[in-house]
Design a protein around this ligand. Sequence first.
Ligand code: AFP
Length: 337
Amino acid sequence: MKESFSPSAAPSVVGTTLEAHIMGGMRGSPGATGEFTTLLNAITLAVRIIHTRVRAAGLAGMLGYTGETNVQGERVQKLDTFANEVFFTVLERSSRCAIAVSEELEEARVLAEDGKYVVAFDPLDGSSNIDVNISIGTIFCVLRARDGAGAALGALQPGNQIVAAGYAVYGSATTLVLSTGQGVHGFTLDPGVGEFFLSHPRIHCPPEGNMYSINEGNLARWDDKIKKWTAWVKREDAAQRYPYGHRYVGSLVADAHRTLLKGGIFAYPADRKNPKGKLRLLYEASPMAYLFEQAGGAGTNGVDRILDVVPEGLHDRTPLVLGSQRDVAVFRQFMLE
Ligand code: AFP
């Protein structure tokens, strides 16, 4: 006799989509209106569109510079402009985003007067790596809009107010790592289907690692504390698993993603050239620190928790240290000596 097919009993051949995951998280939340889900779906649509263009950039004449310089004083890539426009368009069409802040624009933009959320994003991080086919990414965070606050003021919130954050890595695969405050989950894009499927459930940053990630070309500009710390992680001490291996891509998403999954430490400290650090608080450091904390790791400016730093300006910079609890704590000890 043939066994009858029972869908619920059979192991699923279809993975969990990102959309189903987001909706599952919202189901049963008191006061959930679906607006947050709509906003996150809009962001993931932007990521899928950027993914498609990044993959075909060399064929579509999308490599190279536009000839312009952005608010950071950096040369703008054609793909930077494209990714920025995609983000603004999908956020505006979602009607859920009150204020949007982008790395590419000096001012915050009001998109929907009655939107409930603020979104801060770096549409294409690591873009100087585009032309040489190295991993790049998108970083974002979502905050609640504040009643009566103007565009810029409404966005100047510390990371401890974040309600969701994530990043996409456009690498050998496109992976979206997301947290809505209930742990961190990774989704990999199936390009044939055009959907993200859950590939890294409940990401946990190991309590310690054996890799450090820093631009050592800046050594001459560092203060002695950073020099001593790098000498420490490079010393020979097999019992303590030193020296650490060195890895540095130069795309925050790629360096952070590896550190999140494998443990260890990523650091972009202040130096003589960048006395306040190089990375941006609102749309690079805060979302990453939120994800590391949600995954059991840590995110600091070397001494203090990044999530407690209140931005004074939309494009504030900060030193940034991300990684395993123990490795970030050791770094802090060196800074406090
Ligand atoms: P680009 O977007 O100009 O490539 O800068 C990337 C970045 O903001 C961040 O993604 C990297 O972690 C960091 O700069 C790398 O900076 P260095 O090239 O100074 O190491």
